[in-house]
Write a protein that binds this ligand. Structure first.
Ligand code: FAD
Length: 299
């Protein structure tokens, strides 16, 4: 209780930022502004999500390739098993390698129509573990996979979900990035259970700064994340106060990160929704400073 507030936050942790491929020129400009703002924080990598449908996929490729070409930040491309044969996916991976992309976030993907069970494409990779094994044969990529502290909705339970994560790591993935969650205890339970199951790879918490609970609830329903009652109470009455919602969002996410840091976490992956301000403010609260500034201070 005597410790000064914010005393333990030295910024000595790694960061990564996730973006989605922009649909319009205006969104493209916002993404590049966000990247420019966040780059000085020295992210370990930035990643770009991958959707269903040809045009979305091309946008992912174009965005990742541009980051690889025009910035110093290592770029990671998300890739799913949905609606493509193994050969088609291998070809996409080869194109990434040729474009200088060295990191893939390998995912099964969601069924193209909400509410249906996932069906693998005939001749496609059946799940993320199979995709990881396939990518390992294409090129020596760094590979991240998904993990679910509160269990994936398709899984038979915690043990089956951990078995699946272990299969992905054993197939050659280097780290797991989690779905968003709001209970640090859920993350620690999951991390401990993973270690007990023999999973030695790093498990990086995925942090979603929430400024719109209704939207987050819709997402959370699909991916098995729980929205605690306190979250509703915090945002109650703020519908017409967008600026206040942003401040609350930064505070909640910084508090979550602070607890995770106290429990030993040293890498945070931010779901940025292509906006820099929240992620930047949260990192700042945690003691992160632009790399050049930090070097000057140390000199
Ligand atoms: P898998 O690891 O293959 O597992 C899915 C489920 O099936 C698990 O419950 C697992 O236990 C079960 N399962 C798998 N194989 C078996 C088996 N052999 N036997 C029994 N059970 C099995 N989606 C996108 O479309 N694009 C993205 O860019 C994207 N990015 C993401 C980034 C992160 C960090 C995360 C956490 C998720 C992302 N997703 C993305 C969502 C993801 O595609 C979905 O959550 C999807 O439903 C599962 O993908 P997975 O890679 O976890 O699948």
């Amino acid at each position: 209780l005597d410790a000064p507030l914010f005393a333990d936050l030295s910024g000595d942790f790694a960061l990564s930022f996730e973006f989605f491929p922009p649909k319009t020129e205006k969104m493209d400009a916002v993404l590049w502004e966000s990247l420019k703002s966040l780059a000085p924080l020295g992210p370990r990598f930035v990643s770009v999500t991958y959707g269903a449908g040809g045009s979305t996929r091309e946008r992912t490729h174009a965005t990742v390739a541009r980051i690889a070409r025009e910035t110093e930040i290592p770029a990671a491309a998300h890739l799913t098993c949905v609606d493509a044969t193994r050969d088609e996916i291998d070809e996409i991976a080869r194109e990434y390698w040729a474009a200088g992309v060295r990191h893939i976030v390998a995912l099964r993907g969601d069924p193209p129509r909400e509410g249906e069970r996932f069906q693998s494409h005939p001749g496609g990779y059946e799940n993320a573990a199979a995709l990881v094994a396939g990518l390992r044969k294409v090129a020596p990529f760094e590979i991240s996979v998904a993990a679910y502290p509160e269990c994936h909705p398709d899984s038979e339970g915690v043990a089956a979900d951990l078995d699946n994560l272990k299969r992905k790591i054993d197939a050659g993935a280097n780290r797991a990035i989690t779905q968003f969650f709001f209970s640090p205890e859920a993350f620690f339970r999951f991390r401990d259970a993973a270690a007990a199951a023999g999973i030695a790879a790093e498990i990086v918490p995925g942090i979603l700064p929430v400024s719109n609970v209704a939207q987050t609830r819709k997402f959370a329903g699909l991916c098995g994340a729980a929205i605690p009652a306190w979250m509703d109470r915090l945002f109650d009455g703020l519908d017409d106060h967008p600026a206040a919602r942003q401040l609350v969002a930064a505070t909640v996410a910084a508090e979550l990160c602070r607890k995770l840091y106290a429990g030993g976490v040293r890498h945070f992956h931010f779901y940025t929704l292509n906006r820099a301000e929240l992620a930047y403010a949260i990192c700042h609260l945690l003691g992160k400073r632009p790399v050049a500034q930090a070097k000057e201070a140390a000199a």
